[in-house]
Design a protein around this ligand. Structure first.
Ligand SMILES: Nc1ncnc2c1ncn2[C@@H]1O[C@H](COP(=O)(O)OP(=O)(O)OP(=O)(O)O)[C@@H](O)[C@H]1O
Length: 291
């Protein structure tokens, strides 16, 4: 299911002293099956754009096309259930929204709320516990007895239990330790590659963009600054620095090597790419050194 923004603008609190531009004339498509990273400096409009992906916000002008469904300024707030089921939204620190007495009940809450019979919802919860990599014995525990990382998995399992086609994640690894971060990123990669789920992720981690995303949207002051594959986005390090966005660690290291005389036809984005290029060039360098 593609999600397409057509001339979308969003103004916060229009006509009041608190008026603020959230988005300005955005035209962009999040292709079905993509792993899209949404990046931009603070206040660039990332959260505002995310909330348009399942009609939590409706455009002030323009159209957001979510699959077959068009969301316009006139769209009625009723009958949005189908959109909300298809586009699962994981907000920052989602574990703060857990509330049920057991993990199973918490995960089953969403589907039940959308009309899935209790027995089926509880069964789904069991499947989701396995899918997100939690031990089976958490099922009857209170979510509040789990570790922070486990609680986050429960919250994500609750969204996955709705069986969405698109999973929207707002800085999903914030606050996790390095192991927790890696495991969480591996989960999203699995959902993308094994289940064909479309992933849309707000992140400040350029390494994650380089390693996992296949599509990037860059926002600046509510406008679309650039969109394309990570290789296109990271091909111009000066532009990224000007936009106060970082570079992947590998790309930074490659730049330092270029200052030392290494030549790369294309900027390496991942450790594997850099290692392959170095393996090719280092023997040549060593040869030159002996001349
Ligand atoms: N409730 C609000 N009222 C008025 N202006 C708002 C409101 N919420 C956001 N804005 C403005 O809209 C713009 C975009 O904000 P948004 O939160 O979407 O940015 P962001 O890229 O998600 O930022 P961050 O990385 O800090 O989360 C900012 O200029 C912000 O000040």
């Amino acid at each position: 299911m593609d999600i397409t923004f057509k001339n979308v603008s969003y103004t916060y609190q229009p006509g009041t002293p608190f008026q603020g531009i959230g988005l300005e004339n955005i035209n962009v498509t999040i292709p079905s099956g993509s792993y899209t990273a949404l990046i931009g400096h603070t206040g660039s409009g990332k959260s505002t754009l995310l909330q348009h992906l399942n009609a939590l916000l409706k455009p002030t002008s323009g159209v957001v096309q979510i699959g077959e469904r068009e969301i316009t300024p006139e769209t009625n707030n009723k009958n949005l259930k189908a959109v909300r089921q298809k586009v699962g939204m994981v907000f920052q620190f989602p574990e703060s929204q857990l509330f049920e007495s057991t993990v199973q009940k918490d995960i089953a809450f969403g589907p039940q709320n959308f009309g899935v019979p209790e027995a089926e919802a509880l069964e789904r919860a069991k499947e989701m516990i396995e899918l997100v990599g939690l031990p089976a014995n958490v099922i009857d525990k209170s979510p509040f007895d789990l570790s922070g990382g486990q609680m986050r998995r429960v919250a994500i399992a609750g969204v996955l239990a709705m069986k969405p086609e698109v999973l929207v994640l707002d800085e999903p690894t914030a606050g996790l330790d390095p192991v927790g971060r890696r495991e969480m990123m591996a989960l999203f990669e699995k959902l993308h590659s094994e289940q064909g789920m479309t992933i849309v992720m707000v992140t400040h981690q350029m390494d994650d963009v380089a390693n996992y995303a296949d599509n990037v949207i860059v926002l600046e002051h509510g406008k679309l600054a650039k969109t394309g594959a990570p290789r296109e986005i990271f091909a111009d390090p000066d532009w990224l620095t000007e936009k106060q966005l970082g570079l992947p660690t590998t790309t930074q290291f490659a730049q330092a090597l270029m200052r030392q005389g290494f030549v790369f036809d294309q900027v390496p984005l991942t450790e594997h790419e850099l290692a392959a290029l170095l393996a090719e060039q280092l023997p040549k360098k060593a040869g030159i050194g002996h001349e």
